[in-house]
Design a protein around this ligand. Structure first.
Ligand SMILES: NC(=O)c1ccc[n+]([C@@H]2O[C@H](COP(=O)([O-])OP(=O)(O)OC[C@H]3O[C@@H](n4cnc5c(N)ncnc54)[C@H](OP(=O)(O)O)[C@@H]3O)[C@@H](O)[C@H]2O)c1
Length: 328
């Protein structure tokens, strides 16, 4: 570990890697290097984002002594392999959501990180946004009473043209891993472990899910219901209901968005409105969490612990099985 602020290494020079690089710059974080399978692509990415070093190949990136934390931004199918590559090289890891394609792969990353004494976290960036910090504070203060229900929709029309990873079963394509995970992760964070899973949806002839609906029974009696789609636009709203009040998250619920809180007894009048102060996309808040944990000597984030990422992936295993999806 360097003495100064940690050096980030970006593994994979694709779409969201560019978004995170911009937010890291907004947040004043130090990006040391980028690695791509293609040297020219790495150099172009580095030039675009003012990154000092560009590596041809991921091995060179994780071997870079100035890289302390590796951000894995490859398709879900490759998260396990690339997270383990970084962990083996002794680098902390932030792994894009969905953490992996299966619960077993998620467990493998958790086991490897713990064995090596390395910090690891799923990049479920929405948990660290000011909106969600405020929501958690409201719930902790008892303003909603006991939270018993979460409903969420994540539906976008994504690029499904030939070559898109979204339609490749071998790359973990489909709506569940890219979009549905946000809904399930929100419910898991607020209602806790899942006891029973029901799911249904449309899966194409290649085993890739285009849209789905999920009902989860959580331990303690909480219920959550979710819809997700990569072929239609949806409400992209979420509702968190408790015995004393409700919070409605505006579209897109998983972003740095607005919410309204209402009392259960006067559901037409908002008692609080949260307005976002938009600066960038908001992915810099997860970087702050990573750096805070590392500085404190923590190997996991208390807000996105590894056991929870594994548990969420096991729920997604059950959803995938119920929907008869294909993996790999
Ligand atoms: N946090 C968010 O808001 C957000 C948004 C979108 C996506 N994501 C997540 O980020 C991950 C990447 O998504 P993306 O949309 O950025 O994907 P993308 O644009 O397709 O980029 C993925 C990159 O992975 C690398 N890669 C390594 N092996 C690959 C393979 N066999 N096939 C294709 N690419 C391969 C490639 O980079 P090089 O060729 O440069 O090595 C590629 O550019 C996914 O897990 C996704 O769920 C998160």
């Amino acid at each position: 570990m360097n003495e100064s602020t940690p050096g980030w290494g970006i593994l994979g020079a694709g779409g969201i890697a560019g978004g995170f690089a911009k937010d890291l710059a907004i947040g004043g974080h130090r990006v040391a290097a980028v690695g791509s399978r293609d040297g020219d692509r790495a150099r172009a990415f580095a030039e675009r984002h003012g990154i000092p070093r560009a590596h041809a190949g991921y091995e060179a990136l994780v071997a870079d002594p100035d890289v302390d934390v590796v951000y894995v931004a490859t398709p879900h199918s490759h998260h396990r392999e690339h997270a383990l590559l970084a962990i083996d090289a002794g680098k902390h890891v932030l792994v894009e959501k969905a953490f992996t394609t299966t619960g077993d792969d998620a467990q493998a990353i958790a086991d490897a990180a713990r064995a090596k004494g390395i910090f690891a976290m799923e990049a479920m960036w929405t948990r660290f946004l000011p909106t969600m910090v405020a929501v958690r504070e409201r719930i902790a203060a008892g303003d909603l009473g006991e939270v018993v229900s979460v409903t969420a929709d994540h539906s976008q029309m994504l690029d499904l043209s030939p070559g898109s990873r979204m339609i490749e079963a071998a790359l973990g394509g489909g709506a569940l891993l890219d979009l549905g995970v946000y809904c399930i992760s929100l419910a898991h964070a607020l209602l806790g472990p899942v006891e029973a899973v029901q799911a249904s949806g449309h899966v194409d002839e290649y085993g890739v899910d285009h849209r789905g609906a999920v009902i989860l029974e959580h331990q303690g009696g909480g219920m959550s219901t979710h819809t997700f789609s990569m072929t239609t636009l949806g409400s992209n709203r979420a509702t968190i209901a408790g015995t004393e009040g409700v919070i409605e998250l505006d579209p897109a619920f998983y972003s740095w968005t607005r919410y309204r809180r209402r009392h259960a007894s006067a559901h037409t009048t908002a008692v609080e409105e949260f307005e976002p102060q938009l600066v960038g996309r908001g992915m810099q808040f997860q970087a702050l969490e990573v750096e805070r944990c590392i500085a404190d000597g923590r190997l996991e984030s208390p807000l996105m612990p590894l056991d929870e990422s594994v548990a969420i992936m096991r729920v997604m295993d059950d959803v995938a099985a119920a929907m008869r999806m294909r993996r790999g």
